[in-house]
Design a protein around this ligand. Structure first.
Ligand SMILES: [Zn+2]
Length: 372
């Protein structure tokens, strides 16, 4: 009888929105959002509530749309990866010609062109090609993976890994894994957040699970956000590369482990949670400053740094809004459905991640054409 009564009570409660004071203790999180709460609805009703109006509707949709946006960006980026990079596309031929001629006549043993002619005629085809290759600009002559050879008398390159020869102008695009790791991290975070807001009010047990997934998503997003910046900035400097990658990855894992503690989600731990996520984000300042120091003020560095500063501003504002609960703190009950701090936080997270996506595109294009 008691079970039936409970079921009936749950069915009656279903589809009814309640106010803050009627919530069970584990669902009381924001005392400035006064009404429109769902509480302990069955899963089916909760899933269907994605199309209803309540105080989580905008939280659900902002990150669901954000997830779909990043899914589209990932597919778009994957479809755009070229099989080879046409290096000649960016070459100023008149400048190269001038550089090669200057280089050749400036060789110590070749004071003038007639001596150059004599010198060249005394060399084998192999050596001639070597001399010319050395005079080509760096990005056209050799990379870590390619060596000049003259199997058919023309300048060509051989990829040691594949063993396939190709024209000197065609090179393999740079690895995309750090960029896709970031896109994957963004999708993981946004999807987990969507589930958390959709299902978190079902029961205490499910709330515990989806909140952990939500915190893990934030930690993964912050960690993977560093991968493109660190990898493409320091791919030619293994020590800082592995130092930064391992530090931020360890930080992410520690944050996820800490979030498993039951007390982590308590309202009293809100400042601690925020501080931990901010501390993670602040560790990103070091590789960015280091990047500027190593690469100087190249246009690509200025452009990516601008995007990273914008990302920092969006995430920073998001953290402030999340922690302070502005604006509902000033007008409790006025932002229950639209305009609450958590909705603003969601939009700022998407803006920050999108800014970082744009920086990632610049890094990839830069490294496709300019290697170590
Ligand atoms: Zn959220």
């Amino acid at each position: 009888m008691e079970g039936k009564g409970k079921k009936l009570w749950r069915r009656m409660k279903c589809d009814q929105l309640i106010d803050y004071n009627s919530l069970p203790a584990y669902l009381k999180d924001n005392e400035f959002i006064l009404g429109y709460y769902r509480s302990e609805w069955p899963l089916k009703q909760l899933i269907l509530s994605i199309f209803h109006v309540h105080n989580e509707t905008i939280n659900i949709w902002t990150h669901l749309i954000g997830f779909l946006l990043f899914l589209f960006l990932t597919i778009h980026a994957a479809a755009k990866i070229p099989s080879t990079i046409d290096n000649l596309r960016r070459v100023d031929f008149s400048k190269i010609c001038e550089e090669v001629v200057n280089c050749l006549i400036s060789l110590p043993t070749m004071a003038d062109l007639s001596r150059l002619k004599d010198a060249l005629s005394s060399l084998s085809t192999w050596h001639i090609t070597q001399v010319i290759t050395k005079c080509l600009p760096h990005h056209l002559s050799s990379t870590n993976n390619f060596n000049a050879t003259t199997s058919d008398g023309s300048i060509s390159v051989i990829n040691h890994q594949s063993g396939i020869g190709s024209n000197v102008a065609m090179i393999q695009p740079i690895t995309r894994w750090p960029f896709f790791a970031f896109l994957g991290g963004a999708m993981f975070c946004l999807l987990n957040s969507t589930f958390c807001h959709l299902l978190g009010c079902h029961s205490e047990r499910l709330r515990y699970v989806v909140l952990r997934l939500d915190y893990a998503g934030i930690a993964v997003l912050i960690s993977t956000s560093f991968y493109p910046t660190v990898y493409y900035s320091f791919m030619c400097h293994p020590l800082p590369l592995y130092l930064y990658l391992s530090t931020i990855t360890s930080f992410g894992i520690i944050t996820i482990l800490l979030s498993l503690l039951p007390s982590f989600q308590k309202p009293s731990f809100r400042p601690f949670r925020t501080t931990l996520f901010i501390a993670m984000a602040v560790t990103g300042v070091a590789p960015i400053v280091h990047k500027v120091w190593v690469h100087g003020n190249q246009p690509v560095i200025i452009e990516t740094t601008k995007n990273e500063v914008m990302m920092g501003i969006f995430y920073g504002l998001g953290a402030i809004v999340y922690a302070t609960r502005i604006p509902e703190r000033w007008w409790p009950g006025k932002f229950d459905l639209v305009g609450s701090s958590h909705q603003l936080f969601h939009m700022l997270v998407i803006a920050g991640a999108y800014t970082h996506y744009r920086a990632g595109l610049i890094y990839v294009e830069w490294r496709d054409y300019e290697r170590c």
